[in-house]
Ligand binder design. Structure first.
Ligand code: DX5
Ligand code: ZN
Length: 221
């Protein structure tokens, strides 16, 4: 199976976002991954609604919005109004996850939950049947260009089993340090959606790199 590819705009050229979004529109990318950081949940800031609204006007691919913010409940409707198709909140940032997830879905978006590297996948057991996506952070959230945490493979395999056992239809997404070397092993371990920032936007031909990632599984049995 070919993975879904979600380029992370964080690594794009923010002086020429138009050109990068145009490239995404024409590429084999499935979603556009957008990282929202609040300087509180993570030690960094990214961008907010004015930028998101402008991106939504240009982008023809579904917007996969990754909220690295404390108390995301305040903004869920606003993200829907900004054109988010998939809205992912962090397990570590929400008190009443079930209610948050139900609200995201009731507003017509797909609901994702992300876990930091230190959070075991077993913590998701009860919520899994309500999820469309689980995002396993394969770096500590907040910055692009970090090194992939190798113990993530174990988490992916455990999550795959848990998804099967709970009858969940959730996709497994990984984010952080995904590159042309580890992409196929990640898919082999059970990943459905690859997020990649530096690997795509730092390459000399980002559209071609997206195609390479999309086909990374081709030679696997
Ligand atoms: C990090 C973000 C990622 C980031 C990935 O907190 O969630 O989406 O852009 O960047 P790379 O692919 O460069 O590790
Ligand atoms: Zn992300």
């Amino acid at each position: 199976m070919q993975p879904l590819i979600a380029p992370s705009l964080l690594a794009a050229n923010f002086g020429h976002l138009d050109a990068d979004i145009e490239m995404i529109n024409k590429s084999m990318a499935d979603w556009l991954h957008l990282d929202i950081m609040d300087g509180n949940f993570v030690p960094n800031l990214s961008f907010g609604f004015p930028v998101l609204d402008a991106i939504a006007k240009k982008c023809e691919k579904p917007l996969d919005v990754h909220l690295m913010i404390s108390d995301p409940d305040y903004y869920i409707e606003r993200f829907r109004d900004s054109g988010s198709s998939i809205l992912t909140v962090h397990y570590e940032a929400v008190d009443h996850l079930h209610s948050t997830v139900i609200r995201i879905r009731s507003l017509g978006m797909k609901a994702g939950v992300s876990i930091n590297p230190h959070t075991p996948v077993s913590h998701l057991e009860e919520i899994l049947p309500y999820l469309d996506l689980v995002l396993i952070m394969t770096v500590n959230p907040g910055f692009g260009g970090q090194e992939f945490i190798r113990s993530s493979y174990d988490k992916i395999r455990k999550l795959k089993t848990l998804i099967y056992q709970t009858g969940s239809a959730a996709l497994i997404q990984v984010d952080g340090g995904v590159d042309l070397q580890n992409a196929s092993s990640l898919v082999k371990a059970g990943v459905d959606v690859l997020v990649a920032g530096t690997t795509i936007f730092g390459s000399s031909n980002p559209a071609e790199t997206i195609t390479t990632l999309k086909n990374c599984n081709k030679n696997l049995a």
